[in-house]
Ligand binder design. Structure first.
Ligand code: BES
Ligand code: MN
Ligand code: ZN
Length: 509
């Protein structure tokens, strides 16, 4: 991954491929953001007008390259748009965290193929340095593991290798901590993106479990893997039922990070369908090409637990990865089959494509046995949530209003668009089954909420629980934007990590 350091060097003397400056859209035209004063001075204070001549306006996502001023060792200045100029604070403009993250991400991506860049963006405090670092490291990401052509240096589009962040205080504890946090978080989030992007013929449940085991060794996390035999012995009917049609057997992975200073325990549960064909209720062509992304919830949980361990947070975090491949075959679960779940409840499978709730139900019931202070599950669960909230926003459901609000606030703070959704009790009757305790499908209308209501029944009595349906934002089929690449996005990782940090700090219940 891209290496990032804080530097106090003057921009003019840096032997880098580009100096990045920020520009904003003011009422009276383009404004050069703080951090770029020395650069502007080298252009005789005309940087704004030169950029305007080149057509720049400062809008979000805009990139303008121009030759560096004379006397600079770098050849190029890259101006990145920060969006609308914020209202004036006493000491200048205050750019919000998400504008800084996005601009840094856009700049880092625009510089792919370059070796080294210096970022002269507005840094007022350590938190600003942290979000710029985060944006740059996430924006520089690309997934080329399967592109033989990309291995030829002549094609020259490797991610930006090095970033020197100017304007911060390299010796200051708070700055150092923010850079360390951003680096650990971005590395693990990018690893989650890699897992999502890895094709399903290479990432089956067994392979995912092996990745978790290796990471556990590296970061002092206890990892336990239940293979098919252990799942049968334990009575995990949901996970086994979903995995029954696949030549690659299912797994339940438990990752335990513990801190001696913790007095709270969080459980994260991730949907890990390494490929969702729909099973016997096969998805039609056009709906399964991207279904390698159906383990994005498990990837987010995995990344969040590893990040918590790397940051040595004072909170216990248990991650549960419910891994299976949903395939049709002679051994697959049929519509009409009844599964006996880990909790003891029976489920009539009416649609084998509603498989996520089945694997999650077992993992939620198992996670509940430890009586954690809260359980948060993350899942690419329903197409209905994508219809409701679009491709960039995830839905939050919970059995506790205050907890749902906290998650929403955290999501907003970390720059993950999310929105609270209800769990209307009247939708439960649609899942009444003549044969079993519950069916895995209900009314079509409000399908995302129906799925949430199903999960709720498998959460232990009295345990605070939230469900994040990330089906929309988990996988970006459009072009890259801000610090979000095409393909796997790492959705929900930053919400989970901040939740763990807040819980460690005692900020939450
Ligand atoms: N993995 C899908 C949901 C999904 C859809 C994720 C689009 C990402 C993008 C899930 O397993 C599924 O197939 N859900 C069904 C449920 C239905 C059969 C009740 C759906 O949403 O259509
Ligand atoms: Mn499905
Ligand atoms: Zn699915």
């Amino acid at each position: 991954m891209t290496a990032l350091t804080l530097s106090t060097a003057a921009a003019s003397g840096l032997r880098v491929d580009a100096i990045v400056v920020g520009v904003a859209k003011g009422d009276k035209g383009l404004v050069v953001a703080p951090g770029a004063e020395a650069v502007d001075k080298a252009y005789d204070g005309k940087l704004a007008s030169v950029l305007e001549t080149l057509g720049a306006a400062g809008g979000e996502g805009e990139v303008t390259k121009l030759p560096a001023p004379s006397g600079f060792k770098a050849p190029v200045v890259l101006a990145v748009g920060l969006g609308a100029l914020p209202a004036k604070a006493d000491d200048g403009e205050v750019y919000d965290a998400e504008s800084l993250r996005r601009a840094a991400g856009v700049a880092a991506r625009a510089l792919s193929g370059a070796k080294k860049a210096a970022f002269a963006l507005p840094v007022e405090d350590a938190a600003d340095a942290g979000v710029i670092a985060e944006g740059a490291l996430l924006g520089a990401y690309s997934f080329d593991a399967y592109k033989e052509s990309a291995k030829d240096p002549k094609n020259g589009k490797a991610p930006l290798a090095e970033v020197a962040l100017l304007g911060g205080k390299p010796r200051d504890k708070a700055y150092k901590a923010e850079i360390e946090r951003a680096t650990a978080l971005a590395e693990e989030l990018n690893r989650a993106r890699d897992l999502v992007n890895t094709p399903p013929n290479d990432l089956n449940p067994e392979a995912f479990a092996a990745v978790a085991q290796a990471a556990g060794k590296e970061h002092g996390i206890k990892v336990q893997v239940l293979d098919e035999k252990a799942l049968v012995k334990g009575g995990y009917g949901g996970i086994l039922g979903v995995g029954a049609g696949s030549a690659s057997g299912p797994r339940l992975v438990k990752l335990s990070y513990t801190s001696s200073k913790a007095d709270k325990h969080l459980a994260f549960v991730g949907k890990g369908i390494t490929y969702d064909s729909g099973g016997i209720s096969l998805k039609p062509a056009g709906h399964n090409e991207t279904m390698k992304c159906d383990m994005a919830g498990a990837a987010a949980v995995f990344a969040a637990v590893v990040t918590a361990a790397r940051l040595k947070l004072d909170v216990n975090v248990t991650g549960w990865l419910a891994l299976a491949e949903n395939m049709p075959s002679g051994s697959a679960t049929r519509p009409g089959d009844v599964l006996r779940m880990y909790s003891g409840k029976t489920v009539e499978v009416l649609n084998t494509d509603a498989e996520g709730r089945l694997v999650l139900a077992d993992a939620l019931a198992k996670a509940s046995e430890e009586n954690p202070d809260a359980i948060i599950d993350v899942a690419t669960l329903t197409g209905a949530m994508v219809l409701a909230l679009g491709n960039r926003t995830y839905g939050i459901m919970a059995n506790d209003d205050a907890f749902r609000t906290s998650i929403h606030e955290i999501a907003e703070e970390v720059g993950e668009p999310a929105w609270p959704m209800p769990l209307p009790a009247d939708l439960r009757k649609g899942m009444d089954s003549p044969t079993a305790d519950i069916a895995n499908m209900g009314e079509r209308m409000g399908g995302g909420l129906v799925a949430g209501l199903f999960l709720k029944e498998f959460v232990g009595e009295g345990i605070t629980w939230a469900h994040l349906d990330i089906a929309g934002p988990a996988f970006n089929e459009g072009g890259p934007f801000g610090y979000t690449p095409k393909g796997g996005t790492g959705s929900a990782v930053r919400t989970l990590v901040r939740l763990a940090e807040r819980t460690a700090a005692g900020d939450l219940g």
